[in-house]
Design a binder for this molecule. Structure first.
Ligand code: ZN
Length: 170
């Protein structure tokens, strides 16, 4: 009789231990999820919004769409997580006025190597960063344009066809 009770208690304890372990795993999962959210991209403090935009050696931005509120002062931080130099895989962020044709602008920008591929005396650019290479980062601060949808591109030669997205002011 005593032996039976002992075995029963032992069994209970083993299942206790398993439950605790499962719970710990579940808690870890939750922590990881919240870290991912915190790492995402955009923080607003009063009337200032900071936007994180990544780029890499695969000729890509990590966002196709950026949404901000009207009336905000925007600081856009551009990171290049690749290894290739600026001359081979340069990236910038160029925000274009509405009505600007990205192809026409991109072709014009291509000829402006001495000016970081930004056309001189252009009326079409709302804001742009410097051109950067792998491992570098840069930023630009500007007032959000009026409510509407705008195009952003990288103006390095040949990049504007794929490195582009929508900048939406709500
Ligand atoms: Zn680029």
């Amino acid at each position: 009789m005593k032996k039976t009770i002992f075995i029963t208690i032992l069994t209970l304890c083993v299942s206790c231990g398993n439950n605790n372990q499962k719970k710990t795993e579940a808690e870890n999962q939750v922590v990881q999820d919240s870290e991912i959210i915190e790492n995402q991209s955009q923080t607003t403090n009063g009337n200032e919004t900071i936007v994180e935009l990544g780029s890499d050696d695969k000729m890509a931005f990590d966002k196709k769409e950026i949404r901000v509120k009207a009336g905000q002062k925007i600081t856009l931080n551009l990171r290049h997580t690749g290894k290739l130099p600026k001359t081979a895989m340069g990236h910038n962020f160029v925000l274009l006025k509405q009505g600007t044709d990205t192809y026409t602008f991109g072709m014009k920008a291509m000829q402006e190597r001495d000016n970081q591929y930004i056309p001189k005396n252009t009326e079409e650019v709302i804001a742009h960063t410097d051109m950067i290479g792998g491992g570098e980062k840069t930023s630009v601060t500007f007032d959000a344009p009026p409510v509407g949808t705008y195009d952003f591109i990288c103006s390095f030669p040949g990049h504007f066809n794929v490195m582009k997205g929508k900048f939406i002011v709500e």
